[in-house]
Design a protein around this ligand. Structure first.
Ligand SMILES: [Zn+2]
Ligand SMILES: [Zn+2]
Length: 337
């Protein structure tokens, strides 16, 4: 079968790989759509913290069931959403219902070969029936689930003044689900085009450009009090460290993105606010289901988010190009027929 393989940083190619076969207790599926995200570009660029090459990339997946184990509820030809976080089921996190941060987590397309290929075998518990969702919609569930999970972690209540720093696809997902949960949402970014997109698509109520007037505008937006909940989705150390200044006294800071280095906070700044600092990693089944329901109810402006599209044959060249040219790019999808 054909697969897009990243051999080493800077080297991405479509090649012939051995046909996928169904593993025990697994389901063989035909991949139909693959969303491309920051992680994939980082793998291509060689800036991913824990990745062994060569790797078939692709973790934002939808597909169609081909072959199932005995006694499963899934049927052949059924459309499915793939949860790419393969967990061990036995570690402390799994025992506590948090497979999203399993000690031995293996994310498809990162720790093991992913789905930018024709067929893949995955554990049955990692597949969710897509219901009325199209393949495009089903492949968009994973990246939005990261945002839905962060919002769930935050305990956001209707009316909470909410700031999302970073208006890339993950930040947009956070802002969208913060808004759907009743938050009064503001986004900050360095890029005025991304901010315009976020407000025009109805994803955020207000936007603030990250420049030397940011503090003034944060003050104006919050009566000088700061935000009840601040999410950082920048993947930038300076921004993560700085975010605490925008948190209201008694508020929370949720770190959605990850950087491969230490981050530090001023303890007086942290302490005087009695800040709650939370990490948010991946997503749970409940978050996937939340996103699937929101898409089915037409609460997600997916037609605006899915800006770029290619096919398996052209994917390697297009991904290499998008890695350096992200003008107008929010989310790219690869079609596999
Ligand atoms: Zn992703
Ligand atoms: Zn585990």
């Amino acid at each position: 079968m054909r697969a897009v393989v990243c051999h080493s940083p800077g080297s991405l190619a479509l090649e012939e790989r051995p046909e996928a076969s169904r593993g025990a207790e697994e389901v063989l599926i035909a991949i139909r759509r693959v969303g491309i995200c920051g992680t994939d570009y980082h793998i291509y660029e060689g800036s991913h913290p824990y990745l062994e090459y060569p790797r078939i990339i692709g973790h934002e997946l939808s597909g169609e069931v081909l072959e199932t184990p005995r006694g499963t509820a899934l049927r052949p030809n059924q459309r499915v959403v793939v949860n790419p976080y393969v967990s061990c089921g036995a570690c402390i996190a799994c025992r506590r219902g948090k497979p999203n941060c399993c000690v031995r987590i293996a994310v498809l397309g990162v720790h093991r070969d992913g789905g930018l290929c024709e067929r893949i075998s995955v554990p049955e518990r990692n597949l969710y029936p897509a219901g009325s969702l199209t393949f495009d919609e089903a492949a968009s569930v994973e990246f939005l689930s990261i945002g839905a999970h962060a919002v769930s972690r935050s305990g956001l209540k209707p009316g909470d003044r909410t700031l999302v720093i970073g208006a890339g696809p993950i930040g947009l997902g956070v802002a969208l689900f913060a808004g759907l949960s009743g938050g009064d949402t503001t986004v900050i970014d360095l890029d005025p085009d991304r901010l315009a997109f976020a407000t025009q698509a109805g994803i955020a109520g207000r936007s603030i450009l990250a420049d030397d007037r940011t503090d003034e505008q944060v003050g104006a937006a919050t009566d000088g009090e700061g935000f009840d909940i601040v999410f950082d989705a920048t993947g930038n150390r300076g921004s993560m460290e700085d975010a605490i200044r925008h948190v209201a006294h008694g508020g929370s800071l949720v770190l959605v993105s990850v950087v491969n280095e230490d981050i530090a906070f001023s303890d007086p700044e942290l302490h005087k606010r009695e800040t709650t600092v939370l990490g948010s990693r991946n997503a749970l089944r409940a978050d996937f289901e939340r996103v699937m329901a929101a898409i089915a109810e037409k609460q997600v402006p997916l037609q605006r988010l899915l800006t770029h599209r290619t096919r398996l044959a052209g994917a390697a060249a297009d991904i290499a190009r998008w890695a350096t040219d992200k003008r107008g790019l929010v989310k790219a999808l690869v079609e596999i027929e």
